[in-house]
Design a protein around this ligand. Structure first.
Ligand SMILES: [Zn+2]
Length: 100
């Protein structure tokens, strides 16, 4: 059951959100990530499955065969074509690290 660790609310809903991930000193902007969002405070929480899929996809971005494998494994093919690097983004989302 959902329980927000910020405000302890148990009310949540699913939203598609945009987030920036810091991996290997590079920033990646990812669009339309399915996230559980706290209905009280708006905190976005990604499931382990989603976080793993994003990390795998980004880590293997230069290797298309690995990316395909990750998409197959996690059923996260919707990420395809929605990830790009941002060279000037300098605000890592540190709170996201605990979910990854
Ligand atoms: Zn909350």
């Amino acid at each position: 059951m959902f329980k927000c660790h910020i405000c302890n609310s148990t009310e949540s809903h699913i939203e598609y959100v945009n987030e920036t991930f810091e991996i290997n000193d590079k920033s990646y902007f990812v669009e339309k990530i399915p996230a559980t969002v706290c209905s009280n405070c708006g905190k976005e929480i990604f499931s382990n499955k989603v976080s793993e899929a994003i990390r795998s996809t980004l880590n293997n971005q230069s290797d298309s065969s690995n990316q395909e494998q990750a998409e197959k494994q996690y059923g996260f093919g919707s990420l395809k074509g929605k990830i790009w690097m941002s060279n000037d983004f300098d605000a890592p989302l540190e709170e996201l690290a605990e979910y990854m």
